[in-house]
Design a protein around this ligand. Sequence first.
Ligand code: AMP
Length: 137
Amino acid sequence: EMEDTIFSKIIRREVPADIVYEDDDTLAFLDIKPVAPGHTLVIPKKPVRNIFDADDATLIAVMRTIQKISPAVRDAVGAHGVHINSNHEAAAGQIVFHLHFHIVPRHSRSEFSFWPQKDFSRDDAAAIAEKIRANIK
Ligand code: AMP
């Protein structure tokens, strides 16, 4: 059994949150430390840790809710786009170990910088692509 997280407490209404959407399988609420106004989190009610242990039905339910509420998040703050971001395991910045996706409204490309990208040799890319293909189960 997965350990209880702050998000389980929000689902059970033991901790307050600004809930914007709920259905049988998912919940969406404002992030307590928003990157931008309107920054919303979408979670499954089922306590799944992250992408590495999520089942199909849970991921589908979460993605449906993301699609359903993204236009409302965007329009509520007069934004023009959204980032949909998600961190999986501590190495990637996951702090709350209950699967969640961030919806962050964006007004213009210039308000943030993309993650730094690097050049990569063709040989290195081919070797890594081969390893990924071999590891897919
Ligand atoms: P991460 O696991 O890195 O995706 O980060 C977890 C996110 O949850 C952070 O953006 C936090 O601000 C947010 N968060 C943590 N506790 C709460 C809470 N009680 N209510 C709303 N958002 C929260």
